[in-house]
Write a protein that binds this ligand. Sequence first.
Ligand code: ADP
Length: 601
Amino acid sequence: MNQKNKSSVPQSLRFIFRRTAAHDKKIFFYSFLSIPFQVLDRLADIYLIALIVDAATHHEEERLLLILLVFALYQLLSGLMMRFTEWQLSTRNYRSKMKFLSRYAARYMRTEFTTIESTAGKDLAQRAKNAMAGVDYRDKSSVETAFLQCAGLIGSICGLFVYTGIISLLDPLILLLLLTTSAAGYLLQRAMVKYDQKDKRRYIPLDRKLWYLVKELRDPLSAKDIRLYGLMGWLRRLFGETLASRRKLHAKRSRLQYGVLVLINLINTLFTGYIYYYLIRQYLAGGIDISQFLLYFGLITGFNGWLMSVIDGIEALHMTLLNIDDLRRFDALPQPSEAEAPPAEQTTDGGIRFEHVSFGYQEGTNVISDMSFTVAPGEKIAIVGLNGAGKTTLVKLLCGLYTPKEGCILLGGRDLRTLGREELFRRFAVVFQDIYLLPTSIERNITLSEQGDGDRLSEVLALSGLQEKISSLPDREQTLLVKGVLEDAVELSGGEIQKLALARALYKGGEIFVLDEPTAKLDPIAEQEMYLRYGELTKGKTSVFISHRLSSTRFCDRIFYLENGVITECGTHDELLRLGGAYARLFETQSRYYREEGEVR
Ligand code: ADP
């Protein structure tokens, strides 16, 4: 993935140019507005001293005054322009950063689910996030500053050229010496840039590990296990080791950078020392007068300043280009097509068809293998199987979170890939085992909208079995959730959260109802109630019920028994028992356990 998408400087610049232009075209104008002033300011300083000395030594008072007046006016104009562009750019760049961040968030939401789950995808996402937030030593190289840096670099190059031209008029030998210094500086800086490219490959996995650990240590869910199982010492050691490796890399780079800068400074001092010696000799021999001596002296010192600015500018721009490259590669991650929504009459069928579907998380291994089946509109299907059989993967494929590697999935006769994402997700009401709770009221957590439908809410609360709990809360549906964020929030139990998930799915509605182990955290009474109400819950919908509790699937029309990603048995509960296969054996084992438990009591 990395090699294929490796980008060149023009590619990266084109990318950032297009993206920035989409929200603010004036950034370019303001970024480049200061270039002439950058060059003229420094030149004016040098010429001012030479001109003043010249006018003073010739006792030309009027000329002296005129020089000072023109210079003061120029300074005023330049100062005003510089402050104005700074003000414009700080506001516009900040806004631009926010736009990049929101685009990143939006793309992250739409990127293929398998990509986000993969290590490579996580790496890219981490890099792209760093590219905008500037969380490490690349602080000043956040992508939105690219044009400011380009402008700074162009300004410095212009300055270098102007000074080179003027100095070459004095003596080509001096120019040759100065250019040698530049070449040495440039080559050293390039070596540093190459090092940075390698360095990045080393520190990104460490950053990912660090952020993961920081997140886990903050998460109350993991904090519970960390305390009870005494994992703190081990985690702290792991964190310390990772941090030490990261610090080592950072320190190594800083040392190297310091060494390169010292070397550049040494070369500079050596060459410019010789040039100053040459100038003093010229002055003493009467080849140049005092004002010319001051002018050339200033120009050579200024040349060094420009040289350092060019070198620093290349370094900063290079870092920014690396960041842009990261963002560009994240941006290029495949996203499922955003097809147009089909006409309404095609969207209400609810029939499902798998045609030779295969899927795997890694190349060469399939978790779902060549699977074909049809579910009629309104049919109630149960998918059962042991842990790791592929049940959740199958559901994620069905909902369009994963895309089949081979074969296709049809909903109401339409290939899933041809449906718009929003349209596709609208068709499903899904209850996964893990649910994302929003830090807001219970009502909002269920309706997921500002203005919920009160009648509908009461209906789904009753159906999901959550009504009783809500009645016991002083603020009822308005009770806040997520204690970590809201102080007055309540903590729901695992089973209550599961009921809330069910209520959310019922409220959302859709032609296909998918329940992934929806009773795993319910008590036996709540579980039994749910089974009894299953017909009511799924009325008029196609439903897919996933469970490893075989007795819970009797109320379904058909049962698919899944083994290693293949449906090995299919039929009603009684048919499968008569078949005497894996399902029957498993059912016998489970019911024996319950019988024995009953006998003990
Ligand atoms: P089930 O729901 O039947 O318990 P899953 O569909 O969750 O099974 O998992 C099927 C297989 O796929 C398991 O071997 C599991 O380790 C693997 N698997 C599940 N999710 C991922 C993932 N995100 N990345 C890699 N492998 C996965």
